[in-house]
Design a protein around this ligand. Sequence first.
Ligand SMILES: Nc1ncnc2c1ncn2[C@@H]1O[C@H](COP(=O)(O)OP(=O)(O)O)[C@@H](O)[C@H]1O
Ligand SMILES: [Mg+2]
Length: 409
Amino acid sequence: MLVPSSLRCLPAWANRVSRIPLTRGNSYLSRNNTFFNRKRELTEFTEALSSPRPRIHVLLGPPNSGKTTLVQQVVDKLPFKPLFFDCRGGIFSTPTNMYYAIINQFYPYFKQLSVSSPSLKVDTRNIFKRKSEINAQDVIGLLRRISDPLLKWAQIEKEPAPILIIDEANMLKLLGDSSELALTSLLTWLVKNSIQDQRFHVVLTTSDPLFLNWIQNILNISHLTPYVVGDLSKEDAEEYFDTYLLPQFDSEISSELKGKFDEVSKVTGTRMYVIEKFVEEYKYHKGEIEKFSMFEQEFNRLKFGLEYEKPKKIHKFEEKPLWDGDDLRDTLKEIVEKNNEFIYTNDLVLQIGEVKVNSLLEHNFLHLRPTQRFTYDIDNLDVSKVGSILTPTNRPLAYAMEYILNGRF
Ligand SMILES: Nc1ncnc2c1ncn2[C@@H]1O[C@H](COP(=O)(O)OP(=O)(O)O)[C@@H](O)[C@H]1O
Ligand SMILES: [Mg+2]
């Protein structure tokens, strides 16, 4: 079935970023398992991770923008031993889960180290003690035993250096609910081993735009390097559509859509995932926008949002928005009518206040870009104006707003 029923009946406030990630499961590559372009991001990120001075890199970007794919691509090409933690499975939600998730990744690495570098005298049996009851103190002990034998980055010769990737790191908030001590111990351990002791790079990816503030507040440091994985530039997206994606489909579909990216991009924007979905579903919707599942989903969500002034109607939803329908309308109208892409955060905060802006972010109507690094998809940025920007979470949402403003429903 082309339009999964789960997409049709999402409750309006259900997809808060930190609870239900909208990203695709573990598969990180496209349908034919090849990686498209992203030349500038690849170069910049490869350079950053090749640096002999380990850091904590935070990859931000709306759901499905290509963060995980990009990280995988970069680390696959570098001489690293990636230790990959996908937080979606709840692996960091309790001290016990975290304890065993860490063992699962580090044990094989240390086993290898003990063979290739016997002089390190790695005692895996002692480091990776298995226990039935795990509390925060056990986690702290494990983390300490792991970093003790690890060499400084520059000293590792025989084995590829480890690199820690924590995917959808916003889920670490769950660990904070279960044990604040385990969470702060993990985070300070990451800082110590990367920035301070220079043992390994850490990459955190997240679709939650408020994550950066959250982690900076806990760590009380500003040593994190943020990147935003945006969408493709219009030019790259057209190339992706015509020469990369369409040839993967049967000739009927590809000949019908070839050269039509201008039209298609009005609803898909330049996010690869959305374009791919549009083409995958083409047989079903034949270009009738109303039938494109992402448009339908965002349209329904937006309608709920715009009608949000009658609280009785939504009493069953646990998290109430702190904005009302008029704020949402004004916000999206402003973006859609002004430049169709973004608004400066400060400008919107002046209009509706920070609390409402944060709540719109939490409800996944807006996405925040705290940095302009990697912002290749936005043409109209005023370089003289610094500061973060806000965009609609995806183009189908912005298109749904245009659709409603034009009175087409
Ligand atoms: N560089 C790329 N080349 C081809 N397809 C890509 C690329 N980046 C993203 N995609 C497509 O977008 C989907 C979502 O990407 P993903 O990396 O999972 O996003 P995120 O981690 O930001 O949620 C992928 O499964 C793939 O289909
Ligand atoms: Mg991802």
